[in-house]
Structure formats: structure tokens, C-alpha cells
Design a protein around this ligand. Structure first.
Ligand SMILES: [Zn+2]
Length: 241
């Protein structure tokens, strides 16, 4: 981790300690202790709100072009011993949407699950369950993005019965429910509406189990957040369910 990152994380954790209530810290410490075998950390678990503040601040740096996490050698030895990610990010496989850059986070900070169209399938859900159950990650970000090729293709299939080569229909099949829901509203921009509805649909799938993730959400241990990354500006607009 670069020196700027180390300093920023240290400051973030100190402000966390100052701002949290004793009850919050106690619950966080107990939760973190339950993960000790997997993570071996004495740090109290950050709350979902603190993680979100960190991600919003990182995206602001990304928009401004002032990335701070650029040294990938400094923290390599520590990361070889274990990981303590702050957030899970379900993102598209699109080469322009790299979560670590979008949120200006160093290696080890984000547990990423990526597939074209950023939908929830059973393998992705299992990956997220691991991160929630074994690593104690308190936030899941479902990250769509503007001009998504997978959602554009899925809209084409629904509107024009477009035939796709190879296995591509496996992707658009997964996107058909939110795409149909979006098109039912006769939106002015069908692709943009489908991108947003797909984020909402994925958030609902994660929250409404049955799954380890849904149980953790119901218990207040995990927060699910939606966002759409704008390829033109670099900004992430939050999406509500
Ligand atoms: Zn995409």
C-alpha cells in the first residue's frame, strides 16, 4: 500500500473510533472477533456507513483524477498473509469499469465479483457469501454502468428478437427479467432504464434470499448499495431500490 493510502486508512480508522458509539464499537468488535480465525485482525469492523464514506471519497478522487493508490508493492507481504476487504463490488466485466480504480482502493480493499451485465448468479452469490461469512465484509455495492453492452444486447433481444452467437444468450437470459420490467414502463431511453432496473433487481435478489447474504442484511450486518458508473465523468450515481 502506498504511503498516502496508509495515512488515509489510519486517519479513517481513527475518525471511525472517534465517531462511533460504544455500543457500535462493541458490536463491531464482537463481530470482528468472530472472524478472527479467518482474518486474524485486532481492528474493529468498520460499519457500513463508514465504508460508504470511504467509497464515496475514493470515487470523488477518481472523478478528479487524483488517484492515491498507485504503489502495489508496499503492502504485498501483508496481503500474502490475509485479506480484510471493506466492500464487495458486483460489477460488469467491461474493461472500463475496474472497481479498484472507480473507488480508488488499493489491492485487498475490495472483494470483486464481475460478470458481463453485473447480475447475480449462483456462483457469484456463493462468492459473496464467502466474503460476508468468512471475511465479515459489511457492504455490497451492485455497480452498473452507462452504455453497458450486455444490457444493450438484452434490450435488443427483447425488442427485436436479436439472435446472438455462441453462448451470449446465456448472459441476456439472465438479464431478461429486469429488462422486461424496464421496457414495460416505455422509457425514453430503454438501455439506460434497463441498466438501472438491473441494478435494482440484483439488489433485491441479494436482499431477499434465502442466502447467507440475505440473512446478514436482515440482521443489519450488511448493507446493499446500488450505483451506476458514468463512463464519461467517472462518477457513481447511487441507486435506490
Ligand atoms: Zn457492462
Amino acid at each position: 500500500m502506498c504511503q498516502d493510502c496508509i495515512t488515509r486508512v489510519a486517519l479513517s480508522r481513527r475518525s471511525l473510533l472517534r465517531g462511533a458509539t460504544s455500543a457500535t464499537l462493541s458490536a463491531g468488535a464482537l463481530f470482528w472477533a468472530g472472524r478472527a480465525a479467518a482474518t486474524a485482525s485486532a481492528e474493529p469492523a468498520p460499519t457500513p456507513d463508514h465504508v460508504m464514506n470511504e467509497l464515496v471519497a475514493g470515487n470523488t478522487r477518481h472523478v478528479r483524477g487524483v488517484q492515491t493508490c498507485t504503489d502495489f508493492l508496499a503492502n504485498r507481504a501483508a496481503l500474502a498473509k490475509g485479506q480484510h476487504p471493506l466492500a464487495i463490488v458486483l460489477a460488469c466485466a467491461d474493461s472500463r469499469v475496474a472497481p479498484e480504480y472507480v473507488f480508488d482502493q488499493a489491492p485487498g480493499r475490495l472483494f470483486t465479483v464481475r460478470v458481463a451485465g453485473n447480475f447475480v448468479d449462483v456462483e457469484g452469490l456463493a462468492s459473496m457469501e464467502y466474503a460476508v461469512d468468512h471475511l465479515g465484509v459489511p457492504v455490497i455495492v451492485v455497480l452498473g454502468h452507462s452504455s453497458c453492452g450486455a444490457l444493450t444486447a438484452a434490450v435488443g433481444v427483447e425488442q427485436n428478437h436479436t439472435a446472438l452467437p455462441g453462448h451470449l444468450s446465456a448472459l441476456t437470459d439472465q438479464l431478461s427479467i429486469p429488462v422486461r420490467a424496464a421496457l414495460a414502463g416505455n422509457p425514453a431511453d430503454p438501455v439506460a432504464a434497463a441498466i438501472r432496473q438491473n441494478v435494482v433487481y440484483s439488489m433485491e435478489r441479494l436482499a431477499n434470499g434465502p442466502s447467507i447474504v440475505a440473512t446478514a442484511v436482515a440482521a443489519g450486518k450488511v448493507k446493499i448499495v446500488g450505483g451506476i458508473y458514468d463512463l464519461s465523468t467517472g462518477g457513481v450515481a447511487l441507486v435506490s431500490r
